[in-house]
Design a protein around this ligand. Structure first.
Ligand SMILES: [Zn+2]
Ligand SMILES: [Zn+2]
Length: 179
């Protein structure tokens, strides 16, 4: 990703600092609790938490278009909770606001080779897509990532009668809907 010239500052901050750099920066090894990989395997990341801060399904039309799916599944973690094995190598960025391939937050991050969507990067948080995480049969960790709610349910193309809260728009800032 980095062309000629100085390395952009964000590339030397989490989650783009690799585990070795993270150890140098913090003085302790990065706790590799969970591993995530894209479809082709070029992109690998580590999470230092086995329970996200939250997890949700998003039914908004942007997610439908960019994910090629009826809705999107995303967890929420701190930027410090994640470390890419090879930094920004093999990553590409798309700013949905600017509609340009740029690391302009918030942006979508994908594998440059296979195109797998890896996460949404917000200004303060990361929203990794748990489909990439290798739970390796650990049902407890897998359960930790199960969505607790649906957002933008008013835009849905599919009913999901799972008994979980359904917000018409953003969680906590819209109406709760019936299934
Ligand atoms: Zn890939
Ligand atoms: Zn969405």
């Amino acid at each position: 990703m980095s062309g000629p010239g100085p390395t952009p500052e964000w590339q030397s901050r989490p989650p783009y600092t690799d585990p070795r750099q993270r150890e140098k920066d913090t003085g302790k090894p990065f706790d590799k609790k969970l591993e995530g990989t894209c479809h082709c395997g070029k992109v690998r990341y580590w999470l230092s938490r086995d329970k996200p801060l939250g997890s949700k399904y998003c039914h908004c039309t942007d997610c439908q278009v960019m994910h090629g799916a009826p809705f999107q599944w995303a967890a929420i973690v701190h930027k410090e909770d994640m470390s890419f094995e090879h930094g920004v190598r093999d990553l590409s960025f798309y700013s949905s606001g600017a509609k340009k391939p740029a690391h302009d937050l918030p942006c979508k991050v994908r594998c440059d080779n296979c195109g797998s969507l890896i996460m949404d990067e917000g200004r303060n948080m990361l929203l990794p897509f748990p489909g990439l995480i290798k739970f390796k049969g650990n049902e407890e960790w897998k359960a930790n990532f199960q969505p607790e709610q649906h957002i933008f349910y008013s835009r849905r193309v599919l009913d999901v009668p799972d008994g979980k809260p359904k917000w018409s728009g953003l969680d906590g800032h819209s109406q709760l809907m019936s299934e």
